[in-house]
Design a protein around this ligand. Structure first.
Ligand code: ARG
Length: 334
């Protein structure tokens, strides 16, 4: 039996250290892998413009509530053993809370976003700068220059070997090629057709990135993409319209715990039946901006360095950054 304090005592990247839990019927086994997330507090969150169908600048935003809800998500990640670092928010960038859209980090390779809308353009440099300064934490740090429009994990879903790439509203197919050549991984392009589900992470969720188990809402995709999904993922959970429009697919999963927007009903039950441990998160204020759990969360996937190199990196980091531990307890390496 693994307790929370055991989880906390693991280092930030025990990528092969897993917990094992049996579900109610005692066979389906789900495993959590500890993760590293980058997030940005909604200190200046607002719906000041409209770049997606959910955003109504005439409506009211309760920023205090937004911060409280978002903090609950951070606490939930940390309570389950995950590392969360923070980006400094900027007053003129009200969508910065959606940190999942700012950069894609796979195997230590980092591709910053190039936003489709000018209102978010300036976020790119802030993400790139954070990764330039902190890349040593994950065996990365070389920041490439994006040439095609891509909205990072908004449209990229990383599986065990391959990456799924959304296009149709924001990220372009050219960016799929760019990420493929940067990472050496195959990127499978999927066409989005529902403007309310304008990012892939609103239409599809990765539940287990070691076994490539996903959930998705078929009507968000063009016919050919739907066929492809059915062929590639015959065991996927199929979400209904209610759950998709409640941001129910905008989840973060560590392989066992699934942090799922509270509006999702059927999906939550199916997750539990499938051996996952759904943790319901209410981000109703942020939904007014068109995003929820996954949009707020950028996952940093470290380079897979052999153990001996990883150990020497640890020494380097601690000698370079003597106050790492106090920074971490203060909530960020930035
Ligand atoms: N207002 C933001 C935008 O339209 C919301 C982004 C939410 N992200 C997401 N992956 N759905 O860019």
């Amino acid at each position: 039996m693994i307790t929370l304090s055991d989880l906390r005592s693991f280092g930030p990247y025990p990528s092969r250290v897993t917990t094992t839990v049996l579900n109610q019927v005692g066979h389906a086994m789900r495993r959590a892998r500890l993760r590293h997330y980058l997030m940005c507090p909604p200190a200046y969150f607002d719906v000041a413009y409209s770049i997606n169908p959910w955003m109504d600048p005439a409506g009211q935003v309760d920023r205090v509530l937004a911060v409280r809800q978002w903090s609950g998500l951070v606490e939930a990640y940390r309570a389950t053993g995950h590392r969360v670092d923070l980006l400094e928010p900027r007053p003129d960038l009200p969508d910065m809370v959606f940190a999942g859209n700012g950069a894609t980090v796979v195997d230590g390779h980092m591709l910053p976003a190039r936003f489709a809308n000018p209102q978010r353009e300036a976020e790119t440099a802030l993400h790139a700068e954070w990764h330039r300064r902190n890349g040593i934490l994950y065996g990365g740090g070389s920041v490439s220059q994006p040439s095609a429009v891509n909205e990072a994990e908004g449209d990229f879903a990383v599986l065990s070997k391959r990456i799924l790439g959304g296009f149709g509203f924001r990220t372009t197919p050219e960016a799929h090629h760019e990420l493929a050549s940067l990472t050496g991984r195959e990127v499978i392009s999927l066409e989005l057709v529902d403007p309310r589900l304008f990012h892939l992470d609103l239409a599809l969720a990765v539940l287990d990135d070691e076994r490539d188990h996903i959930a998705y809402y078929p009507h968000a995709f063009s016919q050919p993409s739907r066929r492809l999904l059915a062929e590639l993922f015959p065991d996927a959970l199929i979400a209904n319209e209610h759950d998709a429009y409640s941001f129910g697919l905008n989840v973060v999963s560590d392989g066992l715990h699934v942090f799922v927007p509270s509006g999702a009903r059927q999906l939550r039950e199916e997750l539990a039946a499938g051996g996952y441990w759904p943790i319901s998160v209410d981000l109703s204020e942020l939904i007014k901006g068109g995003g929820s759990v996954k949009c707020c969360t950028q996952e940093i996937r470290p380079s897979l360095v052999p153990a001996r190199r990883a150990a020497s990196l640890t020494v380097e980091v601690s000698s370079l950054v003597p106050d790492t531990a106090s920074q971490r307890s203060a909530g960020g390496a930035s």
